[in-house]
Design a binder for this molecule. Sequence first.
Ligand SMILES: NC(=O)c1ccc[n+]([C@@H]2O[C@H](COP(=O)([O-])OP(=O)(O)OC[C@H]3O[C@@H](n4cnc5c(N)ncnc54)[C@H](OP(=O)(O)O)[C@@H]3O)[C@@H](O)[C@H]2O)c1
Length: 254
Amino acid sequence: MWPFWWKGASGFSARSTAEEVTHGIDGTGLTAVVTGASSGIGEETTRVLALRGVHVVMAVRNIESGNQVREKILKETPEAKIDVMKLDLSSMASVRSFASEYKSLDLPLNLLINNAGIMACPFMLSSDNFELQFATNHLGHFLLTNLLLETMKKTANESNREGRIVIVSSEGHRFAYGQGIRFDKINDEASYNTLQAYGQSKLCNILHASELARKFKVKSYFAGTSCEHHCQFTSSRIHYDQSFALPQLHKYNW
Ligand SMILES: NC(=O)c1ccc[n+]([C@@H]2O[C@H](COP(=O)([O-])OP(=O)(O)OC[C@H]3O[C@@H](n4cnc5c(N)ncnc54)[C@H](OP(=O)(O)O)[C@@H]3O)[C@@H](O)[C@H]2O)c1
């Protein structure tokens, strides 16, 4: 575990804020999709990317809360370019419909930020009959990434600028089931453990990032950061089980 105050080669630590790490960066001309942009880390990511001139598409399951966040950011940065689009990651039909609508808009895509997540919820099945944390945190993002890859490659080729796929995992990946990913027991309610299932889904996020890096022969970066300005651990809504507290703000995202 990387202590949150230690600075890495970049000069930043896990304590650095999104504004600090993007200071001086001009994101004009870039387009980003941020999932789960209606609160917490996704909201802050949207705010700061928009502040730096990036056109942000907020991919949210609740359009109303997405629009509220959009309005809030526009008050702070009136020139911000932000759109809100419907995406429910727990439903493959919704992911397909989002991707198809996105492509129909003929928008470029430089940054895909797979951030949305749920944590430690009671056993539930998605509309496609997969355990809900696995479906939302991993499967939905896996499908979304696959469906948007060609758009990202096209954008990178046409703009001559490398794209970025950011997959937000968690220190919680360490709490996965002892067997790692239990492919044969994904929907096994009897042995379901809320935190281990969360850990399993977050381990999937890391493996997904590693596999993308292997496939595209690029480096994958694992970094811890916090966004102390707006989304401290305490302001996040991710915790279903309020009796459980993560020890510190370690977020694998950038
Ligand atoms: N906060 C932490 O301490 C912490 C630590 C490590 C890692 N993380 C990771 O950071 C990411 C963001 O967490 P957060 O703390 O910012 O949590 P948060 O405040 O609860 O935000 C989660 C976001 O995901 C969205 N979401 C949930 N289910 C969705 C679905 N089916 N389809 C589309 N969007 C969905 C939520 O939408 P609604 O607004 O509609 O609910 C919300 O916007 C997660 O991947 C989490 O695992 C967080």
